[in-house]
Design a protein around this ligand. Structure first.
Ligand SMILES: *Cc1c(COP(=O)(O)O)cnc(C)c1O
Length: 379
């Protein structure tokens, strides 16, 4: 606890839990599916360098990112295997993707032509995957026209350009099986209409929720993200192990007499005598402001209430009869002792999903990774 990075507020990240969550996905999809852990957005806000160090020990097929710059960063970290860029490259990013040996995904023919130009300029070979839209709608060739665009893509996918994969993305795997089945059928129909041997393509579709709900659709591969980082994937699906804990230190304690008020707008007034602990962490750290007068925190493994509005830099909790002093640790997300505030509780207050809470944690919070091995805590 003498770590200087734990002096104010921080995120504890459990590398062993991340690896065990990966293994849960691995067990669901079986040994043959290639896993492409998604490490976009700085590994869902938790720190891509350490995430990759932990995941490398599980020997994934490759990594998935959303942008060429994220792929470049992985190369700088020493990643040598395939790096799939799952979002379409905005025009102008192609040369960067080629230079760093990334695998772009292609959603239309003009994008493929731009990639071909970049490959020619660099005189470098480029693998690409094709995204097929089966209902997500934000990218991809339409599955209904696969016969036509398939010919255009296959015609260009020779020489420096190699068409090595095809994927789709499920829009409702977190909610139900039926929409996943419908999209899968469209994907299969589209694949059958392509003028290339399916065996020559790596076929992948499942995000975390689909890998757990319909592992039979993991085909050649799956692209899990949120589950690895401890996020909720849907009712009836296994819970991940918590990976991140958001904590801050008490920097001020006062005994508040009846009627005393706290925070902007003075939205909380002490009813009787209360003990207020101010914690050095606020919305400037990514703690959602709507948790004011609504959310919980943990002190010494006990739940306490957040009172008043959350400020940019501090949050106040009512610690009841506890003899809390400055320097004590307060947990706003994650485990403290045997008690846990799950990410989804916080996301629920905000009316959002775990993804947005994680990626909304700001750079002000150091990410402090345990070196945890996968077997730790397995009992
Ligand atoms: C983010 C993303 C994933 C991972 O989804 P999770 O729900 O986090 O498991 C998979 N595929 C694509 C194309 C994505 O953009």
């Amino acid at each position: 606890m003498s770590d200087g990075r734990r002096s104010r507020a921080w995120i504890d990240v459990d590398a062993g839990a991340l690896r065990r969550n990966y293994r849960t996905i691995r067990e669901a999809v079986g040994p043959d599916a290639a896993l492409i852990p998604m490490v976009k957005a700085d590994a869902y806000g938790l720190g891509v360098e350490e995430a990759v160090a932990a995941l490398d020990a599980e020997d994934p097929w490759g990594y998935g990112v959303a942008a060429a710059g994220e792929g470049e960063r992985l190369r700088e970290l020493g990643v040598e295997g395939p790096i799939l860029v799952t979002s379409p490259l905005p025009p102008g990013s192609e040369a960067r993707a080629v230079a760093w040996g990334l695998t772009p995904s292609i959603s239309d023919v003009p994008a493929l032509d731009r990639l071909a130009d970049a490959a020619r300029d660099a005189d470098a070979p480029v693998d690409f995957h094709v995204e097929m839209d089966t209902g997500m709608g934000r990218a991809g060739f339409d599955w209904r026209d696969a016969a036509e665009w398939g010919i255009a893509v296959a015609g260009r996918g020779s020489g420096r350009l190699r068409w090595t994969g095809c994927f789709t993305h499920f829009h409702s795997a977190d909610e139900a099986e039926e929409p996943v089945r419908r999209q899968w059928k469209r994907f299969r129909d589209g694949l059958r209409a392509l003028p290339v041997e399916e065996d020559d393509l790596m076929v992948h579709a499942c995000n975390s929720a689909a890998a757990l709900r319909t592992p039979e659709y993991a085909a050649d591969g799956a692209r899990p993200g949120i589950f690895l980082y401890g996020g909720f994937t849907g009712q009836g699906l296994p819970d991940p192990e918590p990976v991140a804990a958001v904590r801050g230190r008490v920097n001020f304690v006062r005994d508040a007499s009846p009627g005393s008020t706290v925070g902007y707008g003075a939205t909380h007034a002490a009813e009787g005598w209360e003990r207020w602990a101010t914690v050095a962490l606020g919305y400037g750290d990514g703690l959602p402001r709507v948790l004011g007068n609504r959310g919980r925190a943990l002190v010494r493994g006990r739940p306490v209430e957040i009172i008043g509005r959350i400020s940019m830099d501090v949050t106040v909790v009512e610690v009841g009869g506890m003899d809390v002093t400055a320097g004590e640790v307060v947990t706003f997300v994650g485990r403290d002792g045997d008690v846990e505030i799950p990410l989804r509780e916080v996301a629920g207050h905000v009316g959002t999903i775990d993804y947005e809470i994680l990626t909304g944690l700001t750079p002000r919070l150091p990410r402090i990774w345990s070196s945890g091995r996968a077997g730790e805590g397995d009992g």
